[in-house]
Design a protein around this ligand. Structure first.
Ligand code: ADP
Ligand code: MG
Length: 566
C-alpha cells in the first residue's frame, strides 16, 4: 500500500495542528461532530428529493466512544459516508471553506492564534491524536474504505469492512507530556462537557455510554440497617439538548452561548460585539439570532464580500446567505433566520418576491437599527468600536440609492467634534446648539490636525459654535444628501456665506476692498483662472489668506470629484 502525500497547503496546516500549543484543543470535537452532523444532513436532503428513501429519525445519530485501555476516541455517525474518491478529495486536501480563511488570516498573524478562532475542520483531530483512522461506507455502496494517517507524512486508503452506511473516525489520543494533558479527552465527564458547550444545538442525538453507580438491590437476609452497596451500570444517553439555540428561551442563554454559536457557525473570527435574539409571532412567525461583529472582515470593503443571513425553514437550512434579508448598509450583520412560514423547496427567484420574507427583512432592519441606537445610548465605547469598523458603510448607505435610506441612518452617524474632541452624533450636536446658531457647521480635510489648522474654522469657532470635522472622503457627500438635520442645514466653513451675523467690521472690510481694488485685481490676474474673485474678508484672524467657495460644493468635494474617473 503506497502512502500518498498531503497537498502542500494541507500539510502546512496539519503541521500547525500537530505542533499546536493552542489551549482550546477541545474544539477538535466540535469540528468532528459538525462534520458528522453535516453528513446526516446530506442524507436528509437526499430523502427529501428521492421517493425511494425515507428518513427514520431513530436511525440517525452520532456516537462518541472513549476507550481508555486502547487510548482511542471514536466518533461515529450514520451519515452519508464517503466513497474512495471522496475520501481522497475531502481528507487529502483542506476543504475550501477552511483553506480560504486560513490563507488570508495567516498573512496577518502567526499560526498559533488562528487555530480555533475559526473552523479548521477535520485536521483539528491532529491537535489531540497522533493517529487518525477513518472507516467509511457511502450511501449506495457495498464497499467500505479505511483512510489512515499518522501525521504530516501522508495518508493511506484501503478497502475495509463496515456493516452499515456512515463513518467512524478513530483517534489515537496522544500521550500526556510534562506540559500537555491529553488524558482528559478519554474521560466521560470531560467529553460530555465539551459536547454540551459546543454542540448542544446539533439537531441529531449525540450519544455516549455513560457509567453511573446506583445502590445495589437489597438481598434477602440483609440486615435492615445495612449500608447499601453501590454497583456501576452503563446506559446510553443523549448528551445534547438538540433544541437549536434560536428556539430556546433568551433567559436560558448566556453571552457565552451566543459567542459559541457565532464561532460554531463561523460567522466571524472575532467575538461579536452584540447579539439580537428575536422570537417574533406577529404577522409573520420567525426566530432569528443576529450578530453585530466587532471587526471588519478582511474582504468587507471589496466586491468579494457577500452579505446575507442563513435561512432555515422550520429548522432545516435552505440557504447559506440569503441576501434579501439584509439591506446593503447593514451588510455587516451576521446570523440566521428560521421561519415556519417559508416553504422548504422555495427557489431563489421566488424567495425574492416572497411576502413573508419581505416582512421579515423589514422587521430585522428595524431591530438592527434600534440595537445600534441603544448601543449609542448605553454602550458608547462599543458603538465607537463598531463605528470604526462599519461607520463608512453607514455613510455609503446614506449616499447610495439617491438618499432614500437617510432617515433610517442619519441618527447612527458620528463625526469628530471640534468641541468635544471625540465622535458625536448629529442629535448631540443639534441639542447643544446656541440659540442664535442657524447652521450645522462642518470642515472637511485629510486629518483632524490639518482641519484644525484651516483658517476657515476660526470665525465659526470664535462664535462659540461647534464644528464637525469630516475626515473620510464619503462624509461630505453623506451630509449633502441629508441636507438638513432637525431642520438645521449643514454648512461648510469654507462656504462664502457662513450665515453668521455681520458685525461692525463689515463696513471696514468693504472700505478695505474699495481701497485695494487694484491690488486684488492684480492678484486675481496672477492666479490665472484659478480663483473667481479676490476680496477682503473679516473672517481671518491668525491667517493672512484663505480660500472659500461660493457654490454648492466645498473645496474638498471638488478635489474628490476631480479625482473620480469620468
Ligand atoms: P468542511 O466541513 O468545512 O467542509 P472539513 O475539513 O471539516 O471541512 O471536512 C472536509 C470534508 O470531508 C467535508 O466537507 C466532507 O465532505 C468530508 N467529511 C468529513 N467528515 C465527514 C463525515 N463524518 N462523513 C462524511 N463526510 C465527511
Ligand atoms: Mg467541517
Amino acid at each position: 500500500m503506497t502512502k500518498k502525500q498531503f497537498q502542500a497547503e494541507s500539510k502546512r496546516l496539519l503541521e500547525m495542528m500537530i505542533n499546536s500549543i493552542y489551549t482550546h484543543r477541545e474544539i477538535f470535537l466540535r469540528e468532528l461532530i459538525s462534520n458528522a452532523s453535516d453528513a446526516i444532513d446530506k442524507i436528509y436532503y437526499k430523502t427529501l428529493s428521492d421517493d425511494q428513501l425515507t428518513f427514520n429519525k431513530e436511525d440517525y445519530f452520532i456516537k462518541i466512544t472513549p476507550d481508555k485501555a486502547a487510548r482511542t476516541l471514536t466518533i461515529s455517525d450514520t451519515g452519508i459516508g464517503m466513497t474512495e474518491e471522496e475520501l481522497e478529495n475531502n481528507l487529502g486536501i483542506i476543504a475550501k471553506s477552511g483553506s480560504l480563511a486560513f490563507k488570508k488570516e495567516n498573512e496577518a498573524q502567526d499560526g498559533h492564534n488562528i487555530i480555533g478562532q475559526f473552523g479548521v475542520g477535520f485536521y483539528a483531530a491532529f491537535m489531540v491524536a497522533d493517529e487518525v483512522t477513518v472507516i467509511t461506507r457511502a450511501l449506495g455502496s457495498d464497499q467500505a474504505y479505511r483512510w489512515y494517517s499518522d501525521g504530516a507524512d501522508g495518508y493511506t486508503i484501503e478497502p475495509a469492512d463496515k456493516a452499515t452506511v456512515g463513518t467512524d473516525i478513530v483517534l489515537t489520543i496522544k500521550e500526556n507530556t510534562e506540559d500537555d494533558q491529553y488524558d482528559e479527552y478519554l474521560e466521560e465527564y470531560r467529553l460530555r462537557a465539551i459536547i454540551k458547550k459546543y454542540s448542544d444545538f446539533i439537531r441529531y442525538p449525540i450519544k455516549m455510554d455513560i457509567t453511573s453507580s446506583r445502590p445495589a438491590d437489597k438481598q434477602e437476609g440483609d440486615a435492615e440497617d445495612k449500608e447499601p452497596e453501590y454497583v456501576d451500570y452503563t446506559e446510553e444517553q443523549t448528551i445534547n439538548s438538540m433544541i437549536p439555540i434560536w428556539r430556546k428561551n433568551k433567559s436560558e442563554l448566556t453571552d457565552e452561548d451566543y459567542n459559541n454559536f457565532y464561532q460554531e457557525k463561523r460567522y466571524g473570527f472575532d467575538k461579536p460585539l452584540k447579539h439580537v435574539h428575536i422570537s417574533a409571532d406577529g404577522a409573520v412567525v420567525y426566530n432569528a439570532i443576529l450578530f453585530i461583529p466587532e471587526n471588519t472582515p478582511f474582504d468587507y470593503y471589496t466586491k468579494e464580500y457577500e452579505k446575507g443571513l442563513e435561512l432555515y425553514s422550520n429548522g432545516v437550512l435552505i440557504m447559506d446567505k440569503c441576501a434579501d434579508l439584509l439591506p446593503d448598509y447593514f451588510s455587516f450583520v451576521k446570523g440566521m433566520v428560521d421561519s415556519e412560514d417559508l416553504s422548504l423547496n422555495i427557489s431563489r427567484e421566488l424567495l425574492q418576491h416572497d411576502r413573508q420574507l419581505k416582512l421579515i427583512a423589514k422587521n430585522i432592519k428595524n431591530k438592527i437599527k434600534s440595537q445600534l441606537q441603544s448601543l449609542i445610548r448605553d454602550e458608547r465605547e462599543n458603538y465607537e468600536k463598531f463605528y470604526a469598523s462599519f461607520g463608512r458603510q453607514l455613510k455609503f448607505g446614506v449616499y447610495n440609492d439617491y438618499g432614500m435610506h437617510k432617515d433610517d441612518l442619519q441618527d447612527l452617524l458620528m463625526f469628530h467634534s471640534s468641541k468635544e474632541k471625540k465622535l458625536v452624533t448629529l442629535d448631540e450636536y443639534v441639542s447643544r446648539m446656541p440659540e442664535d446658531q442657524k447652521y450645522i457647521y462642518y470642515a472637511a480635510g485629510d486629518s483632524i490636525e490639518r482641519i484644525e489648522k484651516l483658517p476657515q474654522t476660526e470665525m465659526v469657532s470664535d462664535k462659540g459654535y461647534e464644528i464637525l470635522y469630516l475626515t473620510d472622503d464619503i462624509d461630505e457627500f453623506a451630509l449633502k444628501v441629508i441636507a438638513a438635520y432637525k431642520e438645521k442645514e449643514f454648512k461648510s466653513v469654507s462656504s462664502g456665506d457662513l450665515g453668521i451675523e455681520p458685525d461692525e467690521k463689515d463696513e471696514a472690510a468693504q472700505a478695505e476692498e474699495n481701497d485695494n481694488k487694484e491690488l486684488f485685481d492684480a492678484m486675481k490676474e496672477t492666479l490665472g483662472g484659478k480663483v473667481k474673485n479676490v476680496k477682503a474678508s473679516k473672517r481671518l484672524k491668525s491667517h493672512p489668506v484663505c480660500l472659500s467657495t461660493d457654490g454648492e460644493l466645498s473645496i474638498e468635494m471638488e478635489k474628490i470629484l476631480q479625482m473620480m474617473p469620468n
